[in-house]
Write a protein that binds this ligand. Structure first.
Ligand code: NA7
Length: 538
């Protein structure tokens, strides 16, 4: 079944975005019998996994956990092939789910929502698109993703560049062949770190422009372990439930000791064993205080630096690749396949932009403070205007005409990352103030979608027409999110969690660090207490 082109003028709900969250929201709204259209900017469904098609794109949550849990049949039938799912495999999974549940017929593609206006008298939203649609709905649900507005380097000249350039999150569907090319990559976050080893295999020369060295751990990816799959499938309900009640959305044995209460030899053994697990949380969750105490953190950071020095043969490159100046884990750490090893190739060069800053893009390549690097192709792996970017790109007007941009001028304020006071009947799936980006996204998405669906069901049964976060509840929650952040090392680092990667963006810790389990409990309590902190009106 293919997507539709029409947006009915009157609907119960409009969902913006057809990634994991928008598609599941559609499924749940249909269950409630609410007429719904999903409006999606991309040329197909998939959200993050539609756009981020760069070579090597892969999720760094293991396949068996990075999937929907709402459909037990799907869960049993679908077969993942690798420990960590690649972008093409995740995208075909999303297509499979959409086909199975016939979701596409309510999705409008290649259409951007440009504005949304709330009308207080009718308690409805009027949404407009760049293709001239105008539709009115009781509910407007933003499923726009946390990492969906790309950011380019803040230096001039990109328009002058005569070669081809690509942003990792807007990669040509036909792919790119770098064979025989001199390629430059700017950015060494997750996207750059995943793409670089593969580009290096094709390119004649690869120059990596690094501003901040990142901590990256090996995935030890490979074919999925069939015994593990059988065991998880036999116990999927328990596995999912444990994930939902955990810190990050995948259950782990929580640490019990401080890194500083054991001797160096024990720490080294522990870190080594956890390094070999090939996952994001292994080393970081070895001790209770790695994300709270600088001295404790330094023990793990130095362990990773030791690994980099072991792998990278050129001591100068190893030194540049060794992260310093911020705590391990406080910028999103990466998982890689052969990243550091790539720098042992003679045709792979590394430029330290801290030493020689980026000055401009020229017609021939990249100029740093000391020289020009000529390249045929340029890859921008320079990240996103995270968490608030996609919401603020839409001209959203709430009660009294106030815009979301005005409301969030000093940083995002939400109640539970789900609702915003002054913006009734508007929901933000995985919004700022929720654990989203600090969790297995799908666990967070399912919880948000189900919570919103329960609330809408509650409202329908009681014939209520509007729901709005109260200012007091919103303030209390936003302060709590900040306090939780301040109790960790996260707020000491310039990261996209802090809005620090986008010049002029308010410096506020945006995600909730208290864990998905604690967060879920809070949401459940709110619902049980008649949606405490939300004003419900008839
Ligand atoms: P990230 O993690 O934000 O990484 C972007 C990278 O680009 C990072 O190394 C930045 O360095 C670098 N960057 C950004 N702007 C510039 C300029 N102007 N000059 C040089 N270098 C620059 O984005 P990703 O796409 O890799 O990953 C996003 C998330 O996707 C990731 O965290 C996972 O959650 C999945 P900086 O650190 O700012 O110095």
């Amino acid at each position: 079944m293919s997507a539709t082109n029409t947006v009915p003028r009157e609907l119960d709900a409009i969902v913006v975005g057809a990634g994991f969250s928008g598609l599941y929201m559609l499924y749940k709204l249909r269950e409630l019998g609410l007429s719904t259209t999903v409006i999606e900017a991309g040329g197909d469904i998939g959200g993050t996994w539609y756009w981020n098609r760069y070579p090597g794109a892969r999720c760094d949550v293991e396949s068996m956990h990075y999937s929907y849990s709402f459909d037990p049949e799907l869960e049993q039938d679908w077969e993942w092939t690798e420990k960590y799912p690649s972008q093409p495999e995740i995208l075909s999974y999303i297509h499979h789910v959409a086909d199975k549940h016939d979701l596409r017929k309510d999705v409008v593609l290649e259409t951007k929502v440009t504005s949304a206006y709330y009308d207080e008298d009718s308690a409805t939203w009027t949404v407009q698109t760049d293709r001239g649609h105008e539709a009115r709905a009781r509910y407007c649900i933003m499923a726009v993703g946390c990492l969906s507005v790309p950011k380019t380097p803040e230096v001039p000249g990109l328009e002058r560049f005569r070669g081809d350039w690509y942003h990792t999150c807007d990669w040509p569907e036909s792919g790119v062949d770098f064979t025989g090319k001199r390629v430059g990559v700017i950015g060494t976050g997750s996207s750059g770190i995943q793409a670089i080893p593969i580009i290096a295999k094709q390119a004649d020369e690869l120059t990596v422009f690094q501003r901040t060295a990142n901590f990256s751990l090996p995935t030890f990816n490979g074919p999925i372990d069939r015994e593990m799959v059988a065991e998880i499938k036999a116990n999927y309900r328990e596995v999912r439930e444990a994930g939902r009640r955990s810190g990050f959305g995948v259950a782990i044995d929580p640490p019990t000791k401080s890194a500083l209460e054991v001797d160096e030899e024990e720490r080294r053994r522990t870190y080594e064993e956890r390094w070999q697990r090939g996952n994001l949380t292994g080393v970081l969750q070895a001790y209770t205080d790695l994300l709270a105490d600088e001295r404790a953190n330094e023990t793990a950071a130095e362990f990773v630096r030791g690994k980099i020095r072991e792998i990278v043969k050129d001591p100068k490159k190893a030194e540049i690749l060794s992260p310093k100046g911020y705590a391990f884990g406080t910028k999103r750490p990466c998982l890689d396949t052969g990243y550091y090893e790539t720098f042992n190739n003679d045709h792979v060069h590394l430029v330290d932009l801290r030493e020689t800053p980026l000055v401009e893009i020229t017609d021939k390549g990249v100029r740093t403070s000391d020289r020009e690097y000529e390249v045929d192709s340029l890859v921008l792996a320079t990240g996103f205007d995270a968490m608030t970017g996609a919401l603020l790109n839409i001209d959203i007007h709430g009660k009294g005409g106030i815009t979301l941009k005005e409301k969030w001028a000093e940083g995002p304020m939400t109640y539970l990352g789900l609702g915003v006071s002054g913006f009734p009947n508007l929901f933000t799936i995985t919004g700022p103030g929720s654990p989203s980006v600090l969790s297995n996204m799908i666990v967070s998405i399912e919880q948000h979608v189900e919570w919103i669906a329960d609330l809408l069901d509650h409202m329908r049964k009681r014939e209520l027409t509007s729901v709005e976060a109260t200012e007091a509840a919103e303030k209390e929650w936003t302060d709590h999110v900040q306090e939780c952040g301040e109790a960790t090392l996260y707020t000491k680092t310039d990261s996209w969690y802090m809005g620090a990667n986008v010049p002029g963006k308010p410096r506020v810790f945006m995600p909730y660090i208290g864990g998905v389990g604690a967060y879920r409990e809070k949401c459940e309590q709110v619902a049980a207490q008649d949606y405490e902190g939300f004003a419900l009106r008839a």
